[in-house]
Ligand binder design. Structure first.
Ligand code: C5P
Length: 240
C-alpha cells in the first residue's frame, strides 16, 4: 500500500489517500488540544498510544461483532482504515455524570445515571461544537430521523461491549464520544478513534482519571495515564 496525498489534517490526526480508492492512511499526531483548541501542547508518545489503544479497541469490537472503519495498524503511529464520509455529529454516550453534562446540569461528577444516555453535538469548530436536539439534526439535515435512531442503537451497543470490557480491566467507562461515517455503499459505520482522548476512563478502585482530563485539568502525566490503559488492555497489536 502506498501513501499518497494529504486529504485532511485535524487536531490529532492526518489523513492521506492511498493507491487503493476505498482505503485511507491515518497518522496519529503527538499534539494534545482541549477547549476547542484553546489549550495546546505536544506530548511525545501520545500519537503512538492512541494509535495502539484505538487499534486494540476496534479489534475487540470486531471480535464481538461490531464492525468499524479499522483495517489494520501498520506502524506505531499509523493505521489503515476504510474511506468514509464522516457524518458531522459527535455521538456521546454517558454512563456517569462528568464533564459538560455535570457543568450544564449542576451535577457533581461520578454519579451513576439511571440508564446510559446518548447526546449529539454538531462537529463545527467555529460554533464550538454545540449540543443538538434531534429536531436540530433534522432541520440542519445532518442526518435523517432513521439515521439518528441507528446512531443511537449503534452507540449503545458499543457502550455495552466496552463498559463490560473495561470493567474486566478494573476501569470504569464514564463517558465517550464516537464518530460515524458512510461507506461507499451508504452504510453507516463506526469511524474515527476510541482512545483516552475520546473516553473518560477512571480506575475502579482509586477513581484516578486515566484519560484526557489529565491534560485538560493539569492533573499530572498524560502519557503515564495512557500507558496504564494500554498495559491493562494487554499491550500492543501486531504491526505489519
Ligand atoms: O466534554 P464532555 O463532557 O461533553 O465530553 C464527553 C465525552 O466525549 C468525553 O469522554 C470526552 O473526552 C469526549 N469528547 C471528545 N471530543 C470532543 C468532545 C468530547 O472526544 N470534541
Amino acid at each position: 500500500m502506498e501513501k499518497r496525498t494529504l486529504l485532511y489534517e485535524g487536531k490529532a490526526k492526518k489523513i492521506y489517500s492511498t493507491d487503493e480508492k476505498e482505503i485511507v492512511w491515518i497518522e496519529y499526531k503527538d499534539s494534545a488540544t482541549a477547549y476547542n483548541g484553546e489549550k495546546k501542547a505536544s506530548i511525545a508518545g501520545k500519537g503512538r498510544l492512541n494509535n495502539e489503544i484505538t487499534s486494540l479497541l476496534f479489534l475487540k469490537l470486531q471480535e464481538l461483532g461490531i464492525g468499524s472503519h479499522f483495517v489494520k495498524r501498520i506502524s506505531p503511529t499509523e493505521q489503515l482504515v476504510k474511506r468514509v464520509d464522516i457524518i458531522p455529529l459527535e455521538t456521546v454516550v454517558r454512563n456517569y455524570s462528568a464533564g459538560s453534562f455535570s457543568k450544564r446540569l449542576g451535577m457533581e461528577e461520578g454519579l451513576l445515571l439511571s440508564r446510559p444516555i446518548v447526546e449529539f453535538y454538531y462537529k463545527d469548530d467555529d460554533l464550538g461544537d454545540p449540543i443538538l436536539t434531534e429536531d436540530h439534526i433534522e432541520i440542519l439535515a445532518l442526518a435523517s430521523v432513521e439515521e439518528v435512531e441507528e446512531l443511537k442503537v449503534k452507540a449503545l451497543q458499543v457502550n455495552k461491549v466496552l463498559s463490560q470490557f473495561f470493567k474486566e480491566l478494573g476501569i470504569v467507562l464514564i463517558d465517550f464520544k464516537l464518530e460515524f461515517g458512510k461507506d461507499a455503499n451508504g452504510d453507516i459505520i463506526l469511524a474515527d478513534e476510541i482512545s483516552p482522548d475520546t473516553c473518560r476512563l477512571w480506575d475502579e478502585k482509586t477513581k484516578e482519571k486515566l484519560d484526557k482530563d489529565v491534560f485538560r485539568r493539569d492533573l499530572g502525566d498524560l502519557t503515564e495515564a495512557y500507558e496504564t490503559i494500554l498495559a491493562r488492555l494487554g499491550g500492543r497489536t501486531a504491526c505489519t
